[in-house]
Design a protein around this ligand. Structure first.
Ligand SMILES: [Zn+2]
Ligand SMILES: [Zn+2]
Length: 269
């Protein structure tokens, strides 16, 4: 879909080539059906751990607490209880479901490692950025519709979404503290976004990592001057999503603010 841009930016193609070559050399590992779910879980815990340090030090270092959006302290105990909840959901359901999806993709010839083997050339940096941004826009739209629907239909909210709202004052790890159905559906929405955009497998990996990071940042509970929403006003960031958790209404889009502004569901942060 972005072939025209590829030719315009061919000069920066080598930038990502070593990264892509390294990934293709390890395509045996990536062929495992559980690969994407394991990556999602590991990246989520790793990204969240960066904020755990801030949560632990926050009460003693005024510089950190100055940027906290809510005053409720996050303890190591809160963190590990949340980790236990997420871990058993992944072990019991998300990983087996991912294995089934991976198996189905392999049978139908749509496995990611097969596409990776076919794409010898890395995308240019510009194309990778544009494809990631397009995937984010599509994912944001899917998420807005699903999230809004769950909040409008009481039984859907109760069964599928209420567990995520148990975190009135969220912290980084709580980004995936959701029902099993919501965890699986969010992964599917992310995969469908990349399929709809038709992006390069490397852009797909970068999008999944960016998506996990943005979800962590949304829930981190800090409003740092260098956060993405400060640099790009079209992003809502942590204050935007924090308001959703506290009022349990409005600000339904995960990253961008345009859908909530268009449909009148934006609330003040
Ligand atoms: Zn949330
Ligand atoms: Zn919600």
């Amino acid at each position: 879909m972005l072939d025209g841009v590829v030719s315009l930016s061919a000069c920066d193609a080598p930038l990502l080539q070593p990264v892509w070559d390294g990934i293709r050399e390890r395509s045996g590992v990536r062929a495992a059906p559980l690969w994407s779910a394991c990556l999602a879980f590991s990246a989520h815990v790793l990204f969240s751990t960066l904020f755990l340090g801030l949560d632990v030090l926050g009460s003693r270092v005024p510089w950190i607490s100055r940027y906290r959006i809510h005053g409720k302290p996050v303890t190591v105990r809160d963190w590990f209880r949340c980790l236990a909840r997420i871990s058993w959901k992944y072990a019991l359901c998300v990983l087996p479901v991912s294995a089934c999806i991976g198996f189905t993709q392999t049978r139908s010839g749509f496995a990611q490692h097969e596409r990776a083997a076919a794409a010898a050339t890395a995308p240019s940096l510009l194309v990778a950025c544009l494809e990631c941004f397009s995937c984010l826009l599509v994912f944001d739209t899917f998420f807005f519709v699903a999230h809004y629907t769950m909040h409008r239909i009481p039984w859907l909210f109760r069964i599928f979404h209420q567990p995520h709202h148990m975190n009135r004052h969220p912290f980084a790890l709580a980004a995936q503290d959701s029902s099993i159905t919501e965890l699986v559906s969010q992964q599917l929405l992310a995969v469908w976004s990349t399929v709809l955009v038709g992006c390069h497998p490397l852009s797909e990996i970068l999008f999944h990592l960016l998506n996990i990071w943005l979800a962590v940042e949304d829930h981190c509970g800090y409003d740092f001057p260098w956060a993405l929403h400060r640099l790009l006003p079209c992003f809502g960031g942590a204050p935007f999503h924090q308001a959703h958790h506290q009022r349990v209404t409005g600000n339904y889009a995960p990253y961008f603010t345009h859908w909530d502004l268009i449909f009148g569901t934006a609330i003040n942060t």
